[in-house]
Design a protein around this ligand. Structure first.
Ligand SMILES: Cc1ncc(COP(=O)(O)O)c(C=O)c1O
Length: 436
C-alpha cells in the first residue's frame, strides 16, 4: 500500500471509515478502490460524477450481464458481489444449526444494522424498523393509524398502487374520504407543488401522503415544505421514500414527517426483500402494528418488527450494502446517477418526436426519467427494445404519464447509454406508429 494511501486511510473518519476493506474478499479490487477514493477525494460530487476511472471500479463490484442492458434498475437493484457473498455466507452459516446460528449468532448484528440505517436516515435507532419492503412499512402505517368515518386523507393519483389500494381498503372498511391531488408532471416550483396539496386540505384532513420521488417519472417533491405546511395544521405526514432513499441525500428528521417507508433492495442495493420503516418517536404509541406482539400499544418500535421466522441472512447483509454505499459516497452517488440520466435524456429531449417528461433541474429529479416517442405506445416501444436491442426498460401507462421509464445505476457505463440513444433513434425509424 502506498504511503499516501495509508496516510489518507488513516485520516478517514465517520462514514468513510465505516467502510472496511477486509470483508470485500477481493483484495486487489479493494486496493484499486482505495487508490481511486484517494484520487477523487479532493473533487466535489459533480466533478467526481464524471471520473470514469472511479466508476469503472464500482462497476466491477457488480455481476450484471454484459449481454443485456438493464435500464430498469428502479424496479429492483442488483446487489454488489460483497452483498451477494454475505447472503450466501450467512445462509450457509445459518444452515449449520438455524435456531442457534441464525436466531442467536447472526441475529446479534440486528442492532448494528438498525443503527447504520438510522444514521443514514438522520434519525434514532429507536425509530427504525427493519422489514421486507416499502409496501410492508407503508401499509403497516396506513392500516395502523386510527381514523374514523369522515376523516380525510390527501394523496396523489401519482402515488404507488400498493399504497393507493390500501387507502382504498380503509375508505371501504372505515368510511374515510380520499381527496386526490392530480400532479401534471414535471413540476419545478416548490410553492406551486405545496399549494396543490394545501388547497385539498379541509378541517377534516388528518393525513397527507407524500411520495418523495414519484416512481412513474422520477419527479421529486419538496417533502420538507409539504411536511411543514401539514405540521402547522396538525396533519400527520407519511412519506413514501421507496425510490429516493440512497438515491438522493436527505435527512428524515429535517423533513419533520411522522412516518417514512422505503425499500432497501432498490437504491441501497441490499438483498431482495429488505425494507425499512421510520416512525417518529411520538407517533409509535398511537400507531397499531399489523402483526401484534404483546406490546402492541406501547412506544417500543420493535412492536412493528414482529414477523415470526424471517430471512435473517438477507437482513444482516444490509450492513454490507450500507458499507458499499458509504464507500461510493452518498453525495457522489446522487451526482453520478443524475449525470447518467442527463447523459441520455438531454440529447433525446432534442430529438424529433421524442419527449422527456422529467425535469432537468437538480431539485426535481435524479436517476429516473420517462421518455416517449410520438405515435408509439410505451408497451410497443419497450417490447421492441427488449427483443431487438436486448435493452430492458419499463413501459408506463398510468394516469397522465405515458412513456418508457429509464433508470441507469452506478454500474451503468456511458457507452451503454450511447447504445440506448442509438436504439431510440432506430426505434423511431423502424417501429410503425401504433393505431390510436
Ligand atoms: C414509489 C414506490 N413506493 C413503493 C414501492 C413498493 O416497493 P416494494 O416493492 O419494496 O414494496 C415502489 C416500488 O417500486 C415504489 O416505486
Amino acid at each position: 500500500m502506498s504511503t499516501s494511501r495509508r496516510a489518507f486511510l488513516g485520516k478517514l473518519t465517520g462514514a468513510a471509515a465505516a467502510f472496511s476493506l477486509a470483508p470485500l474478499g477481493n483484495q486487489l479490487w479493494a486496493e484499486e478502490l482505495a487508490d481511486a477514493q484517494l484520487r477523487i477525494a479532493p473533487l466535489g460530487p459533480e466533478e467526481a460524477a464524471m471520473e470514469e476511472d472511479f466508476w469503472a471500479i464500482i462497476q466491477q463490484a457488480y455481476t450484471v450481464s454484459p449481454n443485456l442492458l438493464n435500464l430498469n434498475n428502479g424496479g429492483v437493484s442488483p446487489q454488489p458481489k460483497i452483498v451477494q457473498d454475505a447472503v450466501d455466507r450467512f445462509n450457509r452459516m445459518s444452515n449449520e444449526a438455524p435456531t442457534y446460528m441464525m436466531w442467536e449468532q447472526l441475529n446479534a448484528g440486528r442492532e448494528v444494522v438498525r443503527k447504520g440505517l438510522a444514521d443514514l436516515a438522520g434519525v434514532t435507532p429507536e425509530e427504525i424498523v427493519i422489514n421486507r419492503n416499502a409496501t410492508e412499512g407503508l401499509d403497516t402505517v396506513i392500516l395502523g393509524i386510527s381514523l374514523k368515518k369522515g376523516d380525510e386523507v390527501v394523496l396523489t393519483k401519482q402515488d404507488y398502487p400498493n399504497m393507493i389500494n390500501t387507502w382504498k381498503l380503509r375508505e371501504t372498511r372505515d368510511g374515510i374520504k380520499l381527496v386526490w391531488v392530480d400532479l401534471p408532471l414535471p413540476l419545478e416550483n416548490d410553492e406551486d407543488i405545496v399549494r396543490r396539496f394545501e388547497e385539498k386540505v379541509t378541517a377534516q384532513t388528518r393525513v397527507i401522503m407524500i411520495t418523495h420521488m414519484i416512481n412513474w417519472a422520477g419527479q421529486l417533491l419538496p417533502t420538507r415544505k409539504i411536511c411543514d405546511m401539514a405540521r402547522k395544521k396538525g396533519i400527520v405526514t407519511i412519506v413514501d421514500a421507496a425510490h429516493s432513499f440512497a438515491q438522493v441525500v436527505f435527512n428524515v428528521r429535517e423533513w419533520g414527517c411522522d412516518y417514512m417507508g422505503t425499500a432497501l433492495h432498490k437504491w441501497l442495493c441490499a438483498p431482495f426483500g429488505t425494507g425499512m420503516l421510520y416512525v417518529k418517536k411520538e407517533r409509535i404509541k398511537e400507531t397499531y402494528p399489523v402483526f401484534a406482539n404483546d406490546k402492541f400499544a406501547s412506544d417500543d418500535i420493535l412492536k412493528f418488527e414482529n414477523l415470526g421466522t424471517r430471512n435473517v441472512p438477507a437482513e444482516m447483509a444490509i450492513g454490507h450494502a450500507l458499507d458499499f454505499h458509504l464507500a461510493i459516497g452518498a453525495a457522489r452517488k446522487e451526482a453520478r446517477l443524475r449525470w447518467l440520466k442527463d447523459y441520455w435524456a438531454r440529447p433525446l429531449a432534442q430529438e424529433d418526436r421524442m419527449h422527456v417528461h422529467t425535469s432537468f433541474h437538480k431539485d426535481y429529479a435524479c436517476a429516473l426519467a420517462l421518455v416517449s416517442i410520438d405515435g408509439i405506445k410505451p408497451a410497443t416501444l419497450a417490447a421492441w427494445l427488449r427483443k431487438e436491442q436486448q435493452i430492458v426498460t419499463v413501459p408506463i401507462d398510468w394516469e397522465n404519464l405515458h412513456g418508457i421509464r429509464i433508470t441507469p445505476h452506478v454500474y451503468t457505463r456511458p457507452r451503454e447509454l450511447d447504445r440506448f440513444i442509438e436504439a431510440m433513434r432506430k426505434a423511431r425509424k423502424e417501429i410503425k406508429p401504433d393505431a390510436e
